[in-house]
Design a binder for this molecule. Structure first.
Ligand code: AP5
Length: 218
């Protein structure tokens, strides 16, 4: 299963991708997670990416494409992968086609999570993540049993630095300007599968699984 997840910030891509990865044992590759870790640990890539991520802007294509090419070349991606947050520009989409073609592969589907701006703001403002295992919560919709503590590993929960209202506004603007055109690109090549992401996590998961089951039997 070679699938990518597209949609505005906060649409629920990461939540769904984490669940699919667990259930179907397919590696989850989130460029946002990789970049945040690089920034936090101060790697050369992290030092280059820091200002973009903090401002809610896209990291330049050449940096992100190299990260993804290196990750997809690892043995665990031979049977499949879930790309979350990549590609995000037309340049990245074309680079992905070229990376996969080199290994005689192609994407099976692009899952597009369609959601309204109101829902995006509500979801992002309540998002909390575990410092230790990365588990994803929402203070209202996916609340941990004990406030501020991860159910899975007991780690502390935190709010992402780029989830501040001003940065979210910028991320939405950047999405509309640079990423939304990918909807037409993947519709034109027949890979786009639209999922209504305004619904509950369980309903979106059921729709996601329906799409993935159809992709798996093709
Ligand atoms: P990235 O981490 O990819 O952020 P994003 O695309 O803006 O997406 P988010 O992680 O904010 O949201 P999501 O859709 O995964 O939602 P989630 O599942 O968490 O990128 C961050 C930055 O890195 C970018 O701004 C850029 O600087 C850089 N970057 C990354 N990739 C790049 C690339 N390819 N090129 C260049 N730069 C790149 O859900 C949100 C909240 O809602 C959570 O609290 C969750 O629990 C809750 N929730 C989820 N689904 C539901 C539901 N159905 N009902 C109720 N609550 C829900």
């Amino acid at each position: 299963m070679k699938v990518a997840f597209l949609g505005p910030p906060g649409a629920g891509k990461g939540t769904q991708a984490q669940a699919v990865s667990r259930e179907r044992k397919v590696p989850h590759i989130s460029t946002g997670d990789i970049l945040r870790e690089a920034v936090q640990t101060g790697t050369p890539t992290g030092l280059k990416a820091r200002a973009y991520v903090t401002a809610g802007k896209l990291v330049p294509d050449e940096i992100v494409v190299d990260i993804v090419a290196e990750r997809l070349a690892r043995p665990d991606c031979k049977q499949g992968f879930l790309l979350d947050g990549f590609p995000r520009t037309l340049g990245q989409a074309k680079a992905l086609d070229a990376i996969l073609a080199k290994s005689s592969m192609r994407l099976d589907a692009m899952l597009y999570y369609a959601v309204s701006d109101e829902v995006v703001v509500d979801r992002i403002s309540g998002r909390r993540l575990c410092k230790s295992c990365g588990a994803n919560y929402h203070v209202k919709y996916i609340a941990p049993r004990k406030s501020g503590v991860c159910d899975r590993c007991g780690g502390g929960l935190y709010q992402r630095a780029d989830d501040k209202p001003e940065t979210v506004k910028e991320r939405l603007r950047v999405y509309r300007e640079q990423t939304a055109e990918l909807i037409d690109y993947y519709r034109a090549n027949g890979l786009l599968k639209e999922i209504s992401a305004d619904n509950s996590v369980e309903a979106v998961r059921a729709d996601t699984n329906r799409v993935l089951d159809a992709v798996a039997v093709r």
